[in-house]
Ligand binder design. Structure first.
Ligand code: ATP
Ligand code: MG
Length: 564
């Protein structure tokens, strides 16, 4: 494609509203433009990348026996009412005003609708049906460009099986296909396993990449691959042992001492002997939560331990419940339910608040002094703590979800009455799985992981073009003619070439070439042409070398073959 005739509106400056690198670079390279919050248009260069990702996804889905569908985005609302998901999605679901239609945020219902009409016998299964199609979600906070949009492309597939064992097979096929897809796209990813929550399935995995733009926080072990959302992650941490002798409980006047750090400073003690108190409310009842030192309460773990939803008590409730303000609360004299983190289990000679402002208590023995105490793992895992699976250390960082595989089971087939007849003529609900990949997120995450100060660094698989041909001075007839010839012959031979034939300064063109980031640059200038040479540059390594004109095709082929 000739740049003089293609709409690639590059920007020199960083656009105001963009913060994360992929968003900045997708705007600066003219890949996308925003139409409205969370709604993006893909321009020619960006759309070429989208098509490349889709092609890789199609090849790998076809390879596991997937059959491509194309379902409507406009759905009658009744179908969504069958599964109760009009309510479940709530404000996320876009409603069409003049009809009882919704814009589909995903397609479990529609695929199940088709399955119930055609998959009638065990002989009709297994099936894997997929599509690459636009989804609509009224995300409350669209951000980071196309990473969280209100309209986005998803590859979604659905498996239909007769048994749970067969579902495991369909699920594993997807797991392997996803690993191949993300590897072929050049992404460094990891897999977070999760036991299924409210969705009613029996297992799921999220494929994630590390990124500052991520809205999830994960704990990851580089050495064994352990990965878990911090909401559920555990770690190996040590704590002091119970001491052989327990002191008596004693009260200490601690004026203006509120935090654990202030208490340690005031009493010259270590934070590991402090029991920090937090009050939560569950079903209108107060719960005292005890943590070692500065350990943070993981509210997801706490909810699981309590068995119902919780909220932190408001400051004005604290006094009423304990007689003290935050910073002076503790287990001695507290009458409600007490849950402590495992790090404090059966410990003695601990310090905590006295439930009286400006006082603390020392010599606390949890076995002797705190009755009715339950223990659970309640900590938020921190970077540098021991991996629960091996001897290495965990790293905690933000991450983005690229894809998700999920054993749905019979949730949709039962609510939508998609039954089949088994070998014995008995009616059973179809056993389903659902599997998604965010296409734009793949592109954005690739850029997050592959850019430098000059711009994007494309690999062969996703690059909009493989070769960026630059004619340094098209006003010079020889330079122009030779560049045109190179462009025509390379294009005819099947190379994907972006040709900068614009009448602009060399510096401007070089900057654009680095910004746009095609893997190989071919630079045609007057001086080298005298010796029948052109210059080649590898964008990733910045390596430069001269190539003889009559050797250009074979050299470029060799270079492309050597690129990942
Ligand atoms: P998130 O937790 O990020 O909202 P999700 O759990 O809602 O994701 P799924 O419903 O599993 O996502 O959708 C499958 C895939 O679609 C996700 O893994 C992600 O790559 C992509 N995706 C989801 N929501 C968006 C969005 N608003 N914009 C772009 N891609 C999205
Ligand atoms: Mg979501």
């Amino acid at each position: 494609m000739r740049l003089s005739k293609t709409f690639v509106p590059t920007l020199k400056e960083i656009p105001n509203d963009a913060v994360v690198p992929s968003h900045i670079l997708m705007l600066r390279t003219g890949m996308v433009r925003m139409l409205s919050a969370g709604i993006y248009s893909f321009l020619p260069l960006g759309y070429r990348v989208i098509k490349k990702v889709c092609e890789i996804v199609r090849q790998e889905m076809d390879a596991i026996g997937g059959q491509e569908f194309h379902l409507p985005a406009l759905n009658p609302k009744e179908i969504w009412e069958e599964t109760g998901r009009v309510e479940a999605f709530g404000d996320i679901l876009f409603h069409v005003k003049n009809r009882d239609y919704v814009l589909a945020p995903t397609h479990e219902e529609i695929m199940t609708f088709h399955a119930r009409n055609v998959v009638k016998s065990y002989k009709d299964m297994p099936q894997i049906w997929y599509q690459i199609q636009t989804k609509f979600r009224n995300e409350p906070r669209p951000r980071s460009g196309v990473i969280r949009g209100r309209q986005f492309l998803m590859k979604d597939s659905y498996s239909f099986d007769v048994s749970w064992e067969d579902l495991d097979k369909s699920y594993m096929l997807h797991d392997e296909a996803y690993r191949r897809i993300f590897t072929r796209c050049g992404l460094k990813f990891f897999v977070v396993g999760a036991s299924s929550g409210a969705m009613g399935g029996t297992g799921s995995e999220e494929f994630m990449v590390k990124s500052e733009a991520g809205e999830d926080t994960v704990a990851y072990c580089e050495s064994c691959g352990y990965a878990a959302n911090v909401e559920v992650a555990t770690s190996k941490v040590s704590s002091p042992e119970r001491e052989t002798e327990s002191k008596q409980v004693y009260e200490i006047h601690t004026p203006n001492v509120k935090s654990i750090d202030e208490l340690c400073e005031f009493l010259k003690i270590d934070e590991s002997v402090c029991a920090k108190s937090r009050i939560y409310i569950s079903n209108n009842q107060p719960i005292l939560v005890l943590m070692q030192g500065n350990d943070e309460v993981n509210e997801t773990k706490l909810e699981k331990a309590v068995g119902s939803t919780i909220r932190p008590a408001h400051p004005d409730e604290l006094k009423e419940i304990t007689g003290a303000d935050a910073g002076s609360i503790g287990p001695i004299g507290f009458n409600g339910r007490i849950i402590s983190d495992l790090r404090l289990k059966d410990r003695n000679n601990l310090f905590s608040g006295a439930n009286k402002n400006d006082y603390h208590i020392g010599g606390i023995d949890f076995q002797r002094d705190v009755k009715n105490i339950d223990y659970a793992d309640l900590r938020v895992v921190q970077s540098g703590e021991g991996c629960p699976k091996c001897d290495s250390k965990l790293e905690v960082f933000p991450a983005i979800e690229l894809g998700h595989i999920f054993k749905l089971g019979t949730k949709y087939s039962e609510s939508m009455k998609a039954y089949f007849l088994d070998e014995n003529g008995k009616e059973n609900p179809i056993i389903m799985g659902s599997y998604g990949i965010g296409i734009e997120r793949v592109v954005a995450c690739y850029i997050e992981q592959n850019h430098d100060t000059k711009g994007i660094v494309w690999n062969k698989a996703l690059a909009p073009f493989h070769i960026h041909l630059i004619s340094i001075n098209p006003k010079n007839e020889k330079v122009k003619n030779v560049s045109d010839e190179i462009y025509d012959s390379l294009t005819k031979s099947g190379f994907e070439v972006l040709y900068d034939d614009r009448d602009a300064s060399p510096g401007f063109k070089f900057n654009d070439a680095d910004l746009l980031g095609m893997p190989i640059q071919v630079i045609v200038g007057e001086k080298k042409l005298k010796d029948n040479l052109v210059e080649c540059k590898i964008r990733k390594s910045d390596e430069r070398f001269d190539v003889e004109l009559n050797n250009l095709h074979s050299k470029l082929k060799e270079l492309l073959d050597s690129l990942e």
